[in-house]
Write a protein that binds this ligand. Structure first.
Ligand SMILES: [Zn+2]
Length: 289
């Protein structure tokens, strides 16, 4: 089954009078969505009881839950304190995900900082090896999904993410196509570029990973250093265009989880993506792929 949903609560959720994220599974089911990425970007500040209630609601309304881990995680750091706090943030994210019955946590690999890129990457590999050995065995069934990042001085090119995922089968990629587009300064122009990304993942991590890929998708503004900010589909001057990917998903019968990170309009844009895929599934799509 393909999953579509928002990253956190969009503006329309609050405009409809909702307040608590415990109301979001029912809200999403009502509008026709079936995934939700709970945001812990500023820290894992949720109580176990809340997580268990969210899990029950998600089960009731058949919403696939994932959890976005804190932005403070920096696996490339040379500072022992930041290494330690990064592991702590990952451990707390895993514990909250377990309580939520979420099976995926999304983690940013971190920054390159003043170091060379290869040194930062080597440190990230060591911390992830430690994570796989010491933390992950307590959380069977949960994958740590390393995200492709939009700024050039962040770790998280496609190749870096693939390399990190190869360390252990508990790691999976989160492919943020907006970020890939931004860091390569508008590289994703159409079907060929989407195919290339998916082919590289399949050949290095296996077809199964592409089949059930964790995807972030939003329009994005970028400049010389890569990502500036997430935009919405309504702001049509910003890419990448989702339609070629919709066509590929329908053609290859892929079953990804697709999370919209559009600024404020993530519910509407998740629905727009769902409708585009459905058009291609029913043969009503506009482009020949
Ligand atoms: Zn992210």
């Amino acid at each position: 089954m393909i999953r579509f949903g928002p990253a956190g609560n969009g503006n329309s959720f609050y405009e409809a009078g909702h307040k608590s994220s415990l109301e979001i599974p029912e809200y999403l089911a009502d509008v026709g969505l079936n995934a939700y990425e709970y945001q812990c970007g500023r820290g894992v500040n949720v109580k176990g009881e809340f997580c268990r209630q969210l899990a029950a609601k998600a089960r009731e309304y058949k919403i696939f839950l994932s959890l976005h881990a804190p932005y403070f995680i920096n696996l490339g750091t040379s500072d022992p304190k930041v290494m330690e706090s990064s592991l702590r943030h990952i451990a707390k994210s895993l514990a909250a995900a377990k309580d939520m019955e979420a099976t995926r946590i999304v983690v940013h690999p971190g920054s390159v900082g003043k170091n060379s890129r290869s040194e930062a990457l080597a440190r990230a590999e060591r911390l992830l090896a430690q994570t796989a050995a010491e933390l992950m065995p307590s959380f069977p069934g949960i994958s740590l999904c390393l995200e492709t990042m939009g700024k050039i001085n962040q770790l998280g090119t496609l190749d870096e993410v693939i390399g990190l995922c190869k360390l252990d089968k508990c790691f999976m990629p989160t492919i943020d196509f907006g970020h890939l587009h931004a860091r390569d300064l508008g590289a994703i122009k159409g079907r060929d570029e989407f195919e290339e990304v998916l082919d590289r993942i399949a050949s290095s991590l296996g077809a199964e990973v592409v089949q059930n890929l964790h995807v972030h998708f939003s329009a994005i503004e970028f400049a010389r250093g890569g990502e500036i900010r997430h935009r919405t589909f309504a702001e049509r001057e910003y890419g990448p265009d989702f339609e070629p990917l919709a066509a590929i998903i329908a053609r290859d019968r892929l079953t990804p989880v697709i999370i919209s990170e559009s600024a404020g309009a993530q519910t509407e844009d998740a629905l727009a993506m769902k409708e585009l895929v459905q058009r291609y599934q029913t043969g009503e799509g506009g482009r020949d792929v």
